[in-house]
Write a protein that binds this ligand. Structure first.
Ligand SMILES: [Zn+2]
Ligand SMILES: [Zn+2]
Length: 116
């Protein structure tokens, strides 16, 4: 019975397999196999089992969704404040600026300066 000795880890071809994962049936080396709750599983199956078992009570997706909503709300609020502030700033500007006379004066002044 030297068949087991010749088995290699499915992830590490150069390494000898020390155990077989009961879930996927693959042979794995010491590094790839993990003991979890009295069961020996490969890292892939362990991740799957942990994800499946923890999905019910894990509130991370909900929390993440709530976080996204909060971030979106904060962004909208910030944008609204920015636009409101900009509106107030425009209102506070002197009427001359709205009519463009300030700019026209400046342009005319510059033109006159160039002419003479
Ligand atoms: Zn497995
Ligand atoms: Zn391995």
């Amino acid at each position: 019975m030297s068949s087991f000795a010749t088995r290699k880890c499915v992830r590490h071809v150069e390494r000898e397999a020390v155990a077989r994962c009961p879930s996927c049936g693959g042979d794995f080396c010491r590094e790839c196999i993990v003991e979890h709750n009295g069961r020996v599983l490969c890292a892939t199956c362990l991740a799957k089992s942990v994800a499946g078992a923890g999905a019910a009570q894990d509130a991370t997706p909900w929390r993440r969704k709530g976080g996204d909503a909060a971030v979106t709300a904060a962004c909208v609020l910030l944008l609204w404040i920015a636009f409101y502030g900009f509106g107030q700033f425009l209102k506070a500007l002197p009427p001359d600026l709205h009519e463009g006379t300030v700019w026209r004066k400046a342009v005319e002044g510059a033109g006159n300066g160039e002419d003479r």
